[in-house]
Design a protein around this ligand. Structure first.
Ligand code: PRP
Ligand code: HPA
Length: 192
C-alpha cells in the first residue's frame, strides 16, 4: 500500500495556467474519483481528532451510549469541501454544517469577507448552525493563501464553536496559509 501522500500526489493532475496565466492548479478530481484513495482521505482528515475509532459504529446503533468521536460536528467549505465534509461526518457519526459563498443561505446568517488576488469574496453561515461550545472539525480540499479557511474559522468562532482541528487534503506551502491560520494547527495529507 503506498503512503497516502504519494497516492494523492500520483492521482492529482497539475494544470498549468488555470484559472489564469502563471498559476499551476492542482486538480484533485481524479483523487476523489478513486474509491480507495477517497476512503483513505476521508479517514485521514478525521484521524487527528477522532478519539475513538469505534465511535462511528457506536453512534450508528440506537442501543447503548454513543461513543465520543472527539468532535461534535464537521464544518465543510463550499464547494469542494462539501464532497469531503459529508463523508467525514458519516465516518465519525456526527452531522455536517456548510460554510457557503454569499447569497446561498436562506435564513439569518453571519458573513466574513476575505481577500482574493483581485478583490474580495464572502462566506456565510446560518446563525443557528452551531451551538456554543460545539467542537468543530473544519474541512476543505486545498489550503492555498488560507483566506477561505481563516474566514471560516472566524465564522465558527463568532457562533461560539470551538475549532478542534482544521484538516485539508493538500497544503500549498509556498502560499503561507498555515501561518495565516495560526494559532490553529492545520492537518494536511499532502504538502506541496
Ligand atoms: C478553493 C479551495 C479552497 C480555497 C483555497 O475554493 O477549494 O476552498 O480555494 O484557497 P485560499 O486558501 O487561497 O483561500 P474556490 O474558492 O475556488 O471555490 P470552489 O470550491 O467552489 O471551487
Ligand atoms: N488547486 C486547487 N484548488 C486551489 C488551488 C490549486 O492550485 N489554489 C487555490 N485553490
Amino acid at each position: 500500500l503506498p503512503p497516502l501522500d504519494e497516492l494523492i500526489a500520483s492521482l492529482a493532475v497539475d494544470v498549468p495556467d488555470f484559472p489564469e496565466p502563471g498559476v499551476v492548479f492542482r486538480d484533485l478530481t481524479p483523487v476523489f474519483a478513486d474509491g480507495p484513495a477517497f476512503r483513505r482521505m476521508v479517514e485521514g482528515l478525521a484521524a487527528p481528532v477522532l478519539v475513538d475509532p469505534r465511535a462511528a459504529a457506536v453512534a450508528h446503533t440506537d442501543d447503548g451510549r454513543p461513543g465520543d468521536p472527539g468532535f461534535d460536528v464537521v464544518v465543510g467549505v463550499e464547494a469542494r469541501g462539501f464532497l469531503l465534509a459529508a463523508a467525514v461526518a458519516l465516518h465519525a457519526g456526527v452531522g455536517v454544517v456548510p460554510v457557503r459563498k454569499a447569497g446561498k443561505l436562506p435564513r439569518e446568517r453571519i458573513a466574513a469577507e476575505y481577500v482574493l488576488e483581485y478583490g474580495t469574496a464572502t462566506v456565510e453561515m446560518h446563525t443557528d448552525s452551531l451551538r456554543r461550545g460545539q467542537r468543530v472539525l473544519l474541512v476543505d480540499d486545498v489550503l492555498a493563501t488560507g483566506g477561505t479557511l481563516a474566514a471560516s474559522v472566524a465564522l465558527v468562532e463568532e457562533l461560539g464553536g470551538v475549532v478542534t482541528a482544521v484538516s485539508v487534503v493538500v497544503e500549498l506551502a509556498a502560499l503561507g496559509g498555515r501561518e495565516r491560520l495560526a494559532p490553529h494547527a492545520v492537518h494536511t495529507l499532502w504538502t506541496t
